[in-house]
Design a protein around this ligand. Structure first.
Ligand code: M6R
Length: 363
């Protein structure tokens, strides 16, 4: 049931401190080490990772590419499932294929998994539905344990996918001895703090709701971000499109001037995601580029970012402090609430958006 919540989506957004905790309990042992839940798999033997997924699950994979490369030093290729087979990818047998899927039934992702298996590559499915086809067919199966997700717009499954992938990257890092012990311990600790910080972030709900009243009048808007905020900008735009039907685009902040800036008119909302941004100064200069063309700039940032941007922004949502490693999970909470409240102001059917199905079982 929805309990006291108006929509399943809102309930699932607010459940995230618990669901992320469940995912952590699946993959971190009682000492907090990322050694649980991965069976006896020797991840250090793989030379390359191929991540394949659709929609929101694809964006979880896009964040994971940064994590695996940064903390485990393993090259990662990522494909949209419907493109994977047809581009005739050259797959190394020492590679690991990872399918990410909430339902475990998405036709394109399943076909990609079967394709990789057929090429002799080991396959791993990171799924939420334990009884799903992907969980059955993959060589290795990792459950994210987010609990049933009812809202068509994926929220808690996404943050659990991210949490599982972060734990997975740390596990691989540990096996490969890629980081020094202190550094690894710091990242593991940061991951265990995520449920509490997500709880704090949810307290920004009222502030975000107010901001969305203005956004609900927009015809079109942009999300910008650098580094791991870039895939989160893509997820943010998808979430907003799905339930509010406002045209939204996510861009790498540095890419805007290569074309899309032509679409910025006085009053166009641009939401800049800059929480724990390692390239903050560059993002601020991108923000100035759009502000000087009349865009209404909204900033989602940590305290430092908020101070630097000052009054160029129409409104600033200040995130609680967290480690840069886990920042994409924290920022996600804000973009989910932005999509939700904007849709509610517009009166759309949040849990059953038009033209969408929870699970896409046709190619
Ligand atoms: O069940 P899956 O994770 O494989 O589904 C993939 C996409 O269809 C799904 O994430 C879709 O994009 C959602 N509606 C996003 O909110």
């Amino acid at each position: 049931t929805k309990g006291n919540y108006r929509h399943f989506m809102l309930k699932e957004i607010f459940e995230q401190p618990i669901t992320i905790g469940q995912t952590l309990a699946t993959f971190l042992d009682e000492f907090g080490n990322p050694s649980k839940g991965f069976g006896k798999v020797e991840f250090s033997k793989y030379k390359r990772i191929y991540i394949v997924a659709c929609g929101t699950a694809f964006y979880a994979g896009a964040v994971a590419k940064y994590w695996f490369e940064q903390v485990a030093g393993i090259p990662v290729e990522i494909d949209i499932a419907s493109e994977f087979r047809y581009r005739k990818p050259v797959l190394e047998e020492e590679g690991l294929f990872i399918a990410i899927s909430q339902s475990g039934e998405t036709a394109d992702t399943l076909a990609a998994l079967r394709h990789a298996k057929g090429k002799g590559v080991e396959t791993l499915a990171l799924v939420n539905v334990t009884t799903s086809t992907m969980a059955r067919e993959a060589d290795i199966y990792l459950p994210i344990n987010a609990g049933p997700e009812i809202g068509v717009a994926s929220t808690k499954a996404f943050t659990s996918q991210l949490t599982a992938l972060a734990a997975f990257a740390l596990n691989m890092s540990e096996q490969k001895k890629f980081l020094d012990k202190e550094h690894l311990a710091k990242l593991v600790k940061a991951l265990t703090e995520v449920p509490d910080i997500v709880g704090e972030t949810l307290q920004l709900d009222g502030e975000i709701d107010k901001m969305c009243l203005g956004l609900s009048h927009a015809k079109s808007l942009f999300y910008l971000g650098r580094d791991m905020n870039y895939p989160i900008a893509l997820e943010a735009a998808l979430k907003l499109k799905e339930i509010s039907y406002i045209h939204a685009e996510g861009y790498a902040a540095g890419e805007l001037k290569h074309g899309p800036i032509a679409l910025i008119e006085p009053g166009t909302p641009v939401i800049v995601l800059a929480g724990q941004d390692p390239l903050l100064e560059k993002t601020v200069s991108n923000l100035q580029e759009v502000a000087s063309r009349g865009a209404k700039v909204f900033l989602v940032a940590d305290k430092k970012g908020a101070e630097i941007v000052g009054d160029i922004a129409e409104q600033i949502i200040t995130l609680p402090d967290c480690d840069p490693f886990t920042a994409p999970i924290i920022t996600t909470i804000v973009i989910q609430l932005i999509a939700y409240h904007t849709a509610v102001h517009l009166g759309t059917d949040v849990d059953q958006p038009r033209n969408l199905a929870k699970s896409v079982t046709v190619e």
